[in-house]
Design a protein around this ligand. Structure first.
Ligand SMILES: [Zn+2]
Ligand SMILES: [Zn+2]
Length: 232
């Protein structure tokens, strides 16, 4: 009799252990399913210092949403740029990018810092056939290719709202791996120091948009092949 109750107890323990294991694996499975759901990539627009005027901001957001409908554009609360990024004259764009890199939340795919303050980099430009280096050249936007963050300033494009929107998308597209192009009136042309080709641009060329979508989908190998083909 005692043996029988021991056997029953043993069976009961085995059943409850296997039930617990099954339950646990269900939980794991559920968690896995949740993480496999394709959530849209978040693009955080981050106003720096005073940010930019509302109509610039609205125009930049709708331009981004129109061309990249699969990403989620979110607006962050304004923050101050550290004083260490200022050289007494302008904010150094590379220092600001380093700062944005540090504060970028992991949950966010890209951060686009926007400001009405003047920003600069050290830039070498071809002038009358000669290379001239400007140690503190004011610029309208800066982004790494690829990179997690970019920066756009309305300081030098204050008369053209649409241009601000185009520069925001230009820098964002650099961050997903798109380089400069030679397409007529495409926003991905090199600003060449004056920003003129960018200001006069009217659209995003289909192949630049394709590259951006490849970058967005994480297909960097295909993007590399496409970049190489276009260079030939
Ligand atoms: Zn560029
Ligand atoms: Zn282009």
């Amino acid at each position: 009799m005692e043996k029988l109750s021991l056997i029953i107890l043993a069976i009961a323990i085995i059943v409850s252990i296997s039930f617990a294991i099954q339950k646990h694996s269900e939980v794991l499975h559920d968690t896995l399913n949740i993480s496999l759901v394709d959530t849209p990539k978040k693009i955080l627009i981050l106003p720096l210092n005073k940010g930019v005027k509302k109509h610039y901001l609205d125009s930049a957001i709708s331009y981004l949403k129109h061309h990249f409908p699969d990403v989620e554009v979110i607006l962050g609360q304004g923050i101050k740029i550290p004083k260490s990024c200022h050289n007494g004259r302008r904010y150094r764009a590379d220092s600001v990018l380093n700062f944005l890199d540090k504060i970028k939340p992991d949950s966010v795919y890209r951060v686009i810092g926007i400001t009405s303050d003047d920003i600069s980099i050290t830039r070498t430009l071809k002038q009358n056939g000669k290379l001239v280096t400007y140690p503190d050249r004011g610029i309208i936007g800066y982004g790494r290719k690829p990179g997690g963050v970019c920066l756009v300033s309305s300081y030098r494009i204050s008369k053209n709202i649409y241009s601000f929107a185009k520069v925001v998308s230009h820098e964002f597209m650099h961050t997903v791996g798109v380089g400069h192009c030679n397409h007529d009136k495409c926003i991905m042309q090199d600003g060449k120091g004056s920003g003129k080709p960018l200001i006069e641009s009217t659209h995003i060329n289909e192949s630049c948009l394709k590259k951006a979508n490849l970058g967005l989908s994480g297909n960097s190998k295909k993007l590399l092949v496409l970049n190489m083909k276009l260079k030939k």
